[in-house]
Design a protein around this ligand. Structure first.
Ligand code: PCA
Length: 210
């Protein structure tokens, strides 16, 4: 079973492309005979980790790909690092703005993604792929808002429950009618399938300047 999650709209917006992509990616995987389900997470520090925990307990997925919106990004951000730190730039959907708190008190400073990010990058950059012109890159910061909190919580869980391959992808801003939503959903489905298949990581340079 593959679990995909997206977020509800936040920051005064009325659409969050991450949730639409999670739903579409689950449908694409289902059409290909792969069991997958999608769920929406609240953009609320106080409840998002518990909602995620509930989904993990219900579905017991082998692969989890959590998605969130990074409005300033132009590419799919395959997130490498989740940090044990919250520093909210804006208030969440419950009006809370926690500053300089850990995600999990006493937890490790950071976790690396459990998804095969380099294999995913290679597949997404293949000109013969079915994802059209979806651009992707490895990102070395998932920020310090609710997405990073959920990413860290997910990785904390997957270190407690062995055998779960999990990680996080930030998606660029799109509105509900953007024709690129489908290509991005197919790209997300590809990443999830590569994780399910347990593909090895190629040696591929994808480092960033800063
Ligand atoms: N993006 C925010 C939280 C919810 C979302 O979709 C983030 O990047 O933290």
């Amino acid at each position: 079973m593959i679990l995909l999650t997206g977020f509800e709209p936040f920051g005064g917006q009325d659409f969050n492309a991450s949730n639409s992509m999670a739903q579409q990616a689950a449908r694409i995987l289902n059409e290909r005979g792969i069991q997958a389900t999608a769920a929406e997470l609240p953009c609320v520090f106080a409840t998002a980790p518990a909602v995620l925990e509930g989904l993990l307990a219900t579905w017991q997925p082998r692969v989890v790909v959590a998605l969130g919106l990074a409005a300033g990004r132009r590419t799919l951000g395959l997130e490498k690092v989740a940090i044990n730190h919250v520093d909210a730039r804006i208030a969440d959907n419950a009006g809370e703005q926690p500053i300089d708190l850990p995600v999990v008190a006493g937890g490790p400073d950071a976790y690396f993604s459990g998804l095969p990010l380099k294999a995913a990058l290679q597949a997404l950059r293949d000109p013969a792929s079915e994802h059209g012109n979806v651009e992707a890159e490895i990102s070395y910061s998932a920020g310090s808002f609710v997405c990073n909190q959920v990413f860290y919580s997910l990785m904390h869980h997957s270190h407690v429950v062995p055998g779960v391959r999990a990680g996080f992808i930030h998606v660029p801003w799109m509105d509900a009618t953007d024709p690129g939503l489908g290509d991005h959903a197919r790209a997300v489905a590809t990443v999830a399938r590569l994780a399910l298949d347990g593909v090895p990581e190629p040696l591929l340079s994808a480092g960033t300047e800063y």
